[in-house]
Each structure stands twice: as structure tokens, then as C-alpha cells.
Write a new protein. Structure first.
Length: 202
């Protein structure tokens, strides 16, 4: 998971995309496939000992860090140094460095990030997603997960134009559809789910 996989829908909610390499891992199963963007790889990837759903919580922490500081916590042109920084946190040899302003202004946020970007066994979400949902970071905001599940939470950002309008403006041909791929889809309804109506023009 990385920022490019997080799409803002017309209703302001996020939808994750590009799931071509996703795997379902029931129970204690692990996988060994080496894939993903280096800046978002969890230590387990680098150790090559197998990994499970906890790599997604690590990537989530990287995304939150990037949203907060406009930079990835591990980005480095030297891939070896980047992986050394990741594994140092994974083994507990190092601690995630945050801006002092974050430490002072929002301790729950600092705690949340450090509990996502940490070793495998102590990472939030290791046992259940409720560990993440019940963290003080969300509690301090009074976040209502039930309203969120029902799509009743008012999003802080909501697009003013639909994806279809932006697509047509970008192509410069109002009122006409132009497709780079899959011309057979023209004139057909690919998505039937109401929740996916944002993509009905594909």
C-alpha cells in the first residue's frame, strides 16, 4: 500500500486500488513474495522470513507519516541505507524519529505512528484491526467508527467535480469519451455496485 493506491471518491471517502498482488492469508499463514515499493516495505520483507497482514499496517504508518511531513520516513537514494534504517526499527535498534512539534502538539499521534512503524510483534493490528481503531489517536478526535462504517462521517475533503468531469476536462473533449485502453468497454456498464458509481464512465 502507498499513497498512489489511495483514491479519493466523489463522496470524500478513500478507496484502495491496484490489488493485483493481494493475497488472502488465513490463520497463521505467511507468504514470501517480494513485491512493493521500497519506501513502504516492512522489515519482514527485507528479512525474507515470510510476512502476513502486518506489513499493511506498516505501510499505513508510512502513508500517515508522509501525509504529516510531506516525506517518506525512510526514503533514501541509497537503497542499502534505506533498508538499514527500516530494519533498525524492525529489530528495535532504532526508534522512529518525529518532529518535535508533533511530539509536543499531539502525543497520541506520535504514539500511533511509533506503534505502526515498529517491530513485528509489537505493531498495532498484529492481533486484530480493533487495536488500531481503539488507539488514543482516534479516541481524542471522538471518531465514531459506526458512523464511518455507514458512510455517515463528514469527510474533511470532498472533490468539487466528479471523476468523469475531471477526466473529460483532462482529455479536452467535453461531451465525448476517449479511452486509451479497453475500447470494448465503451457504452457498457462495467460497475454495477452503487458504491462504485464514480467509475461508471469506464
Amino acid at each position: 500500500m502507498q499513497p498512489e493506491n489511495c483514491l479519493i471518491m466523489n463522496n470524500g471517502y478513500l478507496k484502495l486500488a491496484d490489488m493485483g498482488l493481494c493475497k488472502y492469508l488465513p490463520g497463521d499463514n505467511v507468504t514470501y513474495t517480494m513485491c512493493g515499493t521500497p519506501e513502504f516495505l516492512a522489515p519482514e520483507f527485507i528479512f525474507k522470513r515470510g510476512y502476513d497482514h502486518r506489513v499493511d499496517w506498516w505501510a499505513y504508518g508510512c502513508i500517515l507519516f508522509e501525509m504529516l511531513s510531506a516525506r517518506n520516513p525512510f526514503a533514501n537514494e541509497n537503497l542499502k541505507k534505506m533498508f538499514e534504517a527500516v530494519t533498525a526499527i524492525g529489530t528495535g535498534e532504532a526508534k522512529l524519529q518525529l518532529d518535535e512539534q508533533v511530539e509536543r502538539a499531539n502525543p497520541p499521534l506520535a504514539s500511533f505512528l511509533r506503534q505502526l512503524l515498529c517491530g513485528l510483534d509489537t505493531r498495532l493490528g498484529a492481533k486484530h484491526a480493533d487495536e488500531v481503531a481503539q488507539h488514543a489517536f482516534f479516541a481524542q478526535m471522538g471518531f465514531d467508527w459506526e458512523r464511518f462504517d455507514e458512510l455517515e462521517t463528514i469527510p474533511p475533503v470532498k472533490p468539487t467535480k466528479t471523476l468523469q468531469e475531471r477526466y473529460l476536462e483532462r482529455r479536452g473533449h467535453p461531451g465525448q469519451f476517449y479511452f486509451d485502453v479497453a475500447p470494448a468497454y465503451v457504452g457498457t456498464d462495467v460497475q454495477t455496485d452503487a458504491a462504485d458509481s464514480d467509475f461508471s464512465f469506464f
